[in-house]
Design a protein around this ligand. Structure first.
Ligand SMILES: Cc1cc2nc3c(=O)[nH]c(=O)nc-3n(C[C@H](O)[C@H](O)[C@H](O)COP(=O)(O)O)c2cc1C
Length: 186
């Protein structure tokens, strides 16, 4: 069975992302075709990228980088839960992505986003970043509206139809995650 990380990409106090990531985790855990773990970027206390050598060289020097690398290396696929900040993803998530390289390569990813336009613009940007990290991104995604899936833009009350979107996205992610595991094993 492949291992899937649900990566909580927001670190803001009072973040909506926590409820969204917990919802994803709760529904994903009902499946029996993969193992799911919630990974909160905040727990790793990553500073702004402070590695002297580019991560693609694989010479990590800091304990926080090594801890983050060990965690990310342990998964076959990722669900990125991303807010939309100024039409992009969060600085925290971009920074966490930039910290590593090989650990991301030949893995699969899907997206769950939220914002006034469902976080769509953040995900479009992330897909370009994923290409450079050699992460294959699945087509289906889950997009929550700040206006209709949150009460007062802060209480997460998702419409039921999102469960179907999540299920479709995870079907695609688990298929590609398994296929790429074979690629990595040569
Ligand atoms: C710095 C900042 C920039 C934002 N820019 C956008 C934006 O461009 N588009 C959008 O739909 N929402 C934007 N928002 C609203 C966020 O999508 C909303 O606050 C969301 O809850 C943020 O995720 P978080 O609560 O997990 O941090 C912005 C919020 C912040 C804090």
């Amino acid at each position: 069975m492949i291992r899937v990380a649900i990566i909580l990409g927001s670190t803001r106090p009072g973040r909506n992302g926590e409820a969204v990531a917990k919802w994803v985790h709760q529904h994903a855990q009902q499946r029996t075709d993969a193992q799911f773990e919630l990974v909160d970027i905040q727990d790793f206390n990553l500073p702004l990228l402070d590695e002297p050598v580019p991560p693609s060289m694989g010479q990590y020097s800091k304990p926080h980088t090594k801890a983050w690398a060990d965690k990310i290396a342990s998964f076959d696929a990722y669900v990125f839960v991303t807010p939309e900040y100024n039409h992009g993803t969060s600085g925290a998530l971009k920074n966490a992505l930039d910290f590593l390289y090989a650990e991301w390569n030949n893995k699969a990813a899907g997206f769950v986003s939220y914002g006034s336009a469902g976080g769509a613009r953040a995900v479009e940007q992330l897909r370009l970043v994923m290409a450079e990290l050699q992460i294959a991104t699945v087509r289906s995604q889950v997009m929550f509206s700040l206006f209709t899936d949150f009460e007062n833009m802060s209480q997460f009350k998702p419409a039921d139809y999102h469960q179907k979107s999540l299920s479709t996205m995870l079907d695609q992610l688990i298929a590609w995650g398994g296929a790429l595991k074979n690629v990595r094993q040569g």
